[in-house]
Design a protein around this ligand. Structure first.
Ligand code: ATP
Length: 288
């Protein structure tokens, strides 16, 4: 049996970080938004035992048990008590290690595909709970759309689809390790929201208000990460200059900007193509 799932990238429209918890994780409050950039994940399921994995499109991504998609497969089979031979094929388009949750999304796609293949042993909620064992962003990636995520990211509340957004993503190739990003927070003198609020962000999103988003989108990691990623910082400024509302996604270093229309996003892409390593115009992705 062969099954294919698209694994979509996300951006964070709001990301605030609370105190470190006794278990070592920080509490976060984040608005995640699925965009149309995706990897394709195909599963070949047959009788027998064992997992194999092939990745095309990005030679840097591991093809063994270090790959989160592999771990998702192991976790699903162990937890559900199923036995199968599973070959996973991932065609990567989401840049790895850039704050777009590419690995988490591939893992979520594997969970969704296996749940389909075995006639839904898990409800969507149970699948999201299983996903939380793999990583903080995986639960959201199982669901997709737009959601407010709390806890360490795994407590997911779905939000109504906002007006579709037109975005440009720019990635310099400057990799940021998420644990390092959390460590840097302790030394950067605390958050500076400049008047941005989560409620303001959610309101602006529903209204599709560019001015509201400009005032209220926020990412706690920008303050410490952007000074260490000069190219990403330059892209963020260039995207703003091109008329977008620009922020960093996750712990970086991908930056994105929201534009009034697809035309404006594509115009900005043309302007930036000469200086930016990787830029792609994307849209909000909504479930059908
Ligand atoms: P997040 O936004 O969830 O913090 P990210 O987008 O910054 O994640 P990923 O693309 O998930 O980062 O990749 C982080 C690291 O995880 C990579 O450097 C890579 O070696 C490893 N990795 C494991 N599995 C995958 C996968 N399926 N795709 C990409 N990277 C993977």
């Amino acid at each position: 049996m062969r099954l294919t799932e698209q694994a979509y990238a996300k951006v964070n429209l709001w990301l605030s970080v609370g105190d470190k918890r006794p278990d070592g994780y920080h509490d976060v409050e984040t608005v995640m938004h699925t965009v149309s950039l995706c990897d394709t994940v195909a599963l070949e399921i047959s009788e027998g035992n064992g997992i194999s994995l092939a990745v095309t499109g990005d030679g840097s991504v591991p093809c063994d048990a270090r790959n989160l998609a592999w771990r998702a497969c192991e976790t699903f089979l162990r937890h559900s008590g199923r036995t199968a031979r599973v070959r996973i094929e991932i065609d990567k388009r989401i840049p790895a290690g850039g704050g777009l949750a590419g690995g988490s999304s591939d893992a979520a796609a594997v969970l969704r595909a296996l749940n389909r293949a075995f006639d839904s042993p898990y409800t969507p909620q149970q699948l999201m709970e299983l996903a939380a064992e793999l990583g903080s962003d995986v639960s959201f990636c199982v669901l997709g759309g737009t959601a407010l995520c709390r806890g360490r990211g795994e407590v997911v509340t779905a939000l109504e689809d906002p007006k579709p957004l037109h975005l440009l993503l720019a990635f310099s190739g400057e990799h940021v390790s998420t644990p390092d990003a959390y460590r840097l927070l302790d030394a950067d003198g605390g958050e500076e929201r400049g008047g941005a609020t989560l409620m303001g962000c959610l309101g602006a999103l529903q209204e599709g208000s560019m001015a509201g988003l400009e005032g209220h989108m926020y990412n706690r990691f920008e303050k410490s990460i952007l000074p260490t990623c000069p190219a990403a910082n330059a892209y963020r400024n260039a995207l703003a200059k091109a008329g977008g509302v620009s922020r960093m996604s996750g712990s970086g270093s991908t930056v994105f900007a929201i534009f009034e229309s697809e035309e404006r996003a594509l115009e900005a892409q043309k302007l930036l193509d000469f200086e930016v390593t990787y830029a792609i115009s994307v849209k909000s992705y909504f479930k059908k």
